[in-house]
Design a protein around this ligand. Structure first.
Ligand SMILES: [Zn+2]
Length: 228
């Protein structure tokens, strides 16, 4: 469950990200009452198996069984803000009623990893790249976003306006771009590698982390709220 908003006296509209239908809104009736049978189940970050029936406008959640409940560990502030950021990005980037199994797997993996780490924010750059990849909007990490040439000089410039990385020739026209050196570029490419791939890394160098943040902002059209 990604987020919720109140509906009437005792109900909530829950925004879910599901394996079968992607992002969708559903009504949980009576969920705000003290004795609700949904108590502790439809909480932020929980993975639940749902039974629903079609309502007039929105589907209605009839039953919810917990599969995984990282909630207790996610309430720690750093973890919570990171999990909120993850939920916000998935909510913003994904279309309603469109299954994206790769994003579902990424979300579950990320929430589990956030719950288990002391440095949750360090997981965000790689998550962001994998999310853009799953959605088919990841910029090439070894080619110039402007001219398509290989980034051969082992250097690249962060080009937020184009949403990617520019080569030495193209950056001539855009003087204020931030430079990534050979180690940064290597780190960026390793961060973008699929899970379990040889040379894949989890941790971003500082310049790389802010470069990825800028690319996400480019696609989102604004800074994520949970990031500020
Ligand atoms: Zn170029």
């Amino acid at each position: 469950m990604l987020r919720a908003r109140p509906l009437g006296e005792a109900d909530r509209i829950i925004r879910l990200f599901t394996s079968e239908r992607g992002k969708l809104d559903a009504v949980a009736k009576g969920v705000r009452r003290a004795k609700s049978h949904f108590a502790g189940r439809l909480e932020f970050g929980n993975e639940v198996e749902l039974q629903m029936h079609h309502g007039r406008s929105l589907d209605v959640i009839v039953a919810a069984d917990i599969l995984r409940a990282p909630w207790e560990r996610l309430v720690e502030p750093e973890r919570f803000i990171t999990a909120q950021l993850v939920a916000e990005l998935i909510d913003a980037f994904c279309e309603p009623d469109l299954a994206v199994p790769e994003v579902y797997a990424l979300l579950c993996g990320m929430l589990g990893a956030i719950a288990a780490t002391e440095e949750p924010r360090a997981l965000v750059p790689r998550f962001s790249l994998r999310l853009l990849h799953a959605l088919g909007i990841e910029p090439p990490l070894d080619l110039c976003i402007r001219c398509g040439r290989d980034l051969v000089e082992s250097r690249a410039w962060v080009d937020p306006q184009a949403g990617g990385f520019a080569c030495a020739r193209c950056r001539e026209n855009w003087r204020d771009l931030v430079e990534l050196d050979a180690e940064d570029l290597h780190n960026l490419q390793a961060l973008g590698a699929p899970r379990g791939a040889v040379g894949a890394v989890l941790r971003a160098r500082p310049r790389v982390a802010s470069a990825i943040e800028e690319i996400v902002t480019h696609h989102l059209g604004r800074k994520p709220k949970a990031a500020s």
